[in-house]
Design a protein around this ligand. Structure first.
Ligand SMILES: Cc1cc2nc3c(=O)[nH]c(=O)nc-3n(C[C@H](O)[C@H](O)[C@H](O)COP(=O)(O)OP(=O)(O)OC[C@H]3O[C@@H](n4cnc5c(N)ncnc54)[C@H](O)[C@@H]3O)c2cc1C
Length: 412
């Protein structure tokens, strides 16, 4: 907590906000309430004053969340409002944007009036995103973009996209990229759905055909794209790591609930008693791992201040991805043969179109969690980052690091 604002003063500020405008009032919509929250500096308290913050520590946001949660029911979750915009777009704009960009972009990101997406991955560049091929060529005050992105979550809802492209192919791959904020409705931007194993299309392919983008929409300067992208990625890992703050809540609660209902299904034969004991052990072991992750998050939150999160964010991302996969694997084991059906069916749909209930929610989560160790950087890449940048172990082999991008052999 900053020397200027004590915890009780921060709580008082939240109560003042709620006395002026309350999210449980049926005449107040989420955008209006979140706008007021931003204007009171309570959107992201570690941002500067006037930009939705109070210049406090990142960890202090938990106090705001706690006070809001204790005094209002109708609080919208940042992840549901604008996951990529709030988790990654806002900190990147804050760090590299001009004052005009701060004014223009930050408030509508927080309110959810303008949804953002992230366009880094390409068919030939995912883990090695610095190898990407989409090109931007300067034309007067504009740049002209051609190429393709893939796995672009929420592009179909987005007003703006964070776009990483190659502006100088003669430089080594990390040096020849620049970073833009792209108007997703600009002529030549073509968004096409991609369906996941759940049947849903929450992500897309995005094609650029001579898309014109003003130079003023560049974040950072020409050739600085990799540095800007690292800011986005470090924040992404923190956002994806989640922050389950209460013991036994979140995904692990669903496993415990499944155990509570399924534990009576075992018979009294010696073999079924043994199976039940084994299943109970698995649930307990998973619960212990969830609790270890929760405590790790608490430690990370306590040490978080302002600025760009470091490689330590990869610990939470790695652990939560692997744990969430495990939670639903154990849940499927508990369901036994009942796990073999998938009630929502494989009708291709956009998320939000189809509400899922009961067991089907568990099965949907089981399938969706498979993506967690891929999205935002795979678990193998997280282990590489931790090995190299936290533990100081020797680096991965990178033969193409200093070679001009244009000379690196590639197919297509
Ligand atoms: C649900 C979901 C949402 C996504 N949303 C977005 C989005 O909004 N925007 C966006 O830009 N991208 C998005 N992605 C893409 C994601 O970032 C990439 O899929 C991811 O970085 C992996 O890249 P890739 O798929 O090209 O796999 P590859 O990089 O081809 O990797 C294939 C396999 O090789 C392994 N591997 C690769 N390199 C190494 C190495 N050096 N050491 C050890 N193992 C290695 C990987 O771990 C993986 O197992 C999303 C992905 C998913 C699944």
């Amino acid at each position: 907590m900053s020397a200027e604002i004590t915890e009780s003063e921060l709580r008082e500020r939240v109560r003042t906000l709620l006395s002026e405008i309350h999210p449980d009032d049926p005449s107040v919509d989420s955008i209006t309430f979140r706008g007021a929250q931003y204007d009171h500096g309570l959107a992201w308290v570690h941002f500067p004053e006037g930009l939705g913050g109070l210049g406090l520590s990142r960890a202090d946001q938990a106090i705001v969340a706690d006070e809001l949660g204790s005094n209002a029911k109708n609080i919208t979750n940042d992840l549901a409002v604008n996951a990529i915009g709030i988790g990654m777009g806002a900190p990147t704009v804050l760090t590299y944007g001009t004052p005009d960009m701060h004014e223009r972009f930050l408030r509508p990101i927080f309110t959810g009036e303008e949804i953002w997406c992230q366009m880094f991955s390409e068919p030939g560049a995912g883990s090695d995103v610095a190898g990407l091929s989409s090109r931007a060529v300067r034309d007067g005050d504009d740049w002209i973009i051609n190429g393709q992105k893939v796995w672009t979550s929420l592009a179909h809802h987005s007003t703006y996209g964070m776009l990483l492209v190659r502006t100088d192919p003669s430089l080594p791959k990390h040096d020849g990229m620049s970073y833009f904020v792209l108007d997703m409705k600009a002529p030549g931007v073509d968004v096409r759905p991609l369906h996941q194993i759940t049947g849903e299309a929450e992500f897309n392919e995005v094609f650029f055909n001579d898309v014109r983008i003003p130079h003023s929409m560049m974040l950072g300067h020409e050739g600085q794209g990799w540095r800007v992208a690292i800011t986005t990625l470090m924040n992404e890992r923190v956002a994806l790591a989640g922050n389950s703050s209460r013991r036994g809540q979140g995904d692990i609660a669903k496993l415990v609930e499944t155990w509570q209902t399924r534990r009576h299904d075992y018979g009294s034969s010696a073999s079924e008693v043994a199976q039940r004991a084994l299943a109970q052990d698995k649930v307990l072991q998973t619960y212990i791992e969830a609790e270890m992750l929760r405590i790790t998050h608490e430690r990370a939150k306590a040490s978080m201040t302002q600025g760009v999160p470091g490689p330590e964010g990869s610990v939470g991302k790695l652990m939560s991805a692997e744990l969430n996969k495990k939670i639903y694997e154990v849940a499927m084991d508990l369901l036994g043969n009942d796990a073999l059906t998938y009630e929502p069916g494989y009708e291709l749909r956009r998320p939000g179109d189809h509400a899922m209930e009961g067991d089907s929610t568990l099965k949907h989560a089981f399938l969706r969690m498979r993506a967690q160790s891929i999205e935002g950087g795979t678990s193998e890449i997280m282990r590489n980052i931790l090995a190299e940048r936290v533990l100081g172990l020797p680096g991965d082999v990178r033969n193409d690091k200093d070679v001009p991008w244009v000379e690196i052999p590639r197919s297509g």
